[in-house]
Design a protein around this ligand. Structure first.
Ligand code: C5P
Length: 286
């Protein structure tokens, strides 16, 4: 009997927005922003098995993940269409990242699908092409295709790799989910921040900058405000994206661990290492 080929298993890491300024609104309703994306080592894991019949199949033990408009399936079908391949894949996911938490989990899954299937189907598409395909799926997909911590402008797609310090982060999920479109559409959202330069953004740590969505999110979601205020007693706390997750930076793993253990008594909390290169890049050897 021929040996069953081993699946290709790849990580899909999370990101934090160390700062986020909203500098304008486009005709299509999307917002022009400036943000520092930092990749962290909290990951989902996706496994891919080649199929000759062209079918894209997703399996997972998590409720609410395996439906057809899932970003994983959409990314695979988009790549299939764009490349004209007749190959398919069975994809399974080991989910660790919360959905709708501001950690970019869904976008990162999509980027891992694009990069993983590009390799499995031997398409040879460039990262620039994959990022373009990914942008149509979500504004945060391109940074995960790039696979590096980065300064981002536009809606998040104009990327410049950035070398950031790599602290230990405490990441807290306060157990609720935030509607990103509702936050971006809130009339009171800070939309007129003056643009800053990448050099200035890089000079500031988590304490120096802010997230322009934070005031609106705090007002609409008192439980997030409570968690931000609690974490701020230990170190400057910041929302990532439009939440619901929030974070603070620590110099040592031990200090982060101590705060995470306290946080875990009330919410779900993790200790994560800040990275400059995505573990996906390392796994793919590029
Ligand atoms: O692209 P993504 O699916 O992550 O965006 C979700 C929603 O967030 C969009 O439909 C839009 O309302 C809002 N958004 C925005 N400006 C951005 C990113 C997202 O207004 N740069």
């Amino acid at each position: 009997m021929p040996a069953t080929p081993r699946p290709l298993t790849l990580p899909a890491p999370a990101k934090l927005n160390r700062m986020l300024h909203i500098v304008g609104r486009r005709q299509d309703g999307y917002h022009e922003l400036q943000t520092l994306f930092q990749i962290i080592d909290l990951c989902d894991y996706l496994s891919f098995n080649l199929r000759q019949d062209g079918v894209i199949e997703l399996t997972t033990s998590m409720d609410g993940v395996a439906h057809d408009d899932n970003l994983i399936v959409r990314a695979a079908k988009r790549l299939q269409q764009a490349s004209g391949t007749h190959l398919g894949a069975s994809i399974s996911i080991e989910k660790h990242l919360p959905m709708g938490g501001g950690l970019g989990g869904g976008s990162s899954n999509a980027a891992t699908v694009l990069k993983g299937l590009n390799q499995l189907w031997q398409l040879g598409l460039s990262d620039a092409t994959l990022a373009e395909l990914g942008l149509a799926l979500g504004a945060d997909v391109p940074v995960f295709v790039l696979g590096k911590s980065a300064w981002a402008e536009g809606v998040g797609e104009k990327l410049t790799p950035a070398t950031l310090d790599t602290p230990w982060f405490v990441v807290i999920h306060p157990g609720i989910s935030v509607s990103t479109p509702a936050i971006f559409q809130d009339p009171e959202l800070t939309r007129d921040s003056l643009p800053i330069t990448m050099a200035r953004a890089l000079q500031g740590g988590v304490a120096e900058w802010r997230n322009d969505c934070e005031a609106t999110v705090k007002k609409r979601y008192p439980r997030i405000a409570e968690a931000l205020d609690w974490l701020a007693q230990h170190a400057p706390s910041r929302l990532t994206g439009t939440g619901a997750c929030l974070f603070a930076a620590f110099e040592s793993q031990e200090a982060a661990q101590t705060v995470a253990e306290l946080a875990n008594q009330r919410w779900q909390a993790w200790v994560a290492r800040g990275l400059n290169t995505s573990p996906l890049q390392d796994a793919l050897g590029c």
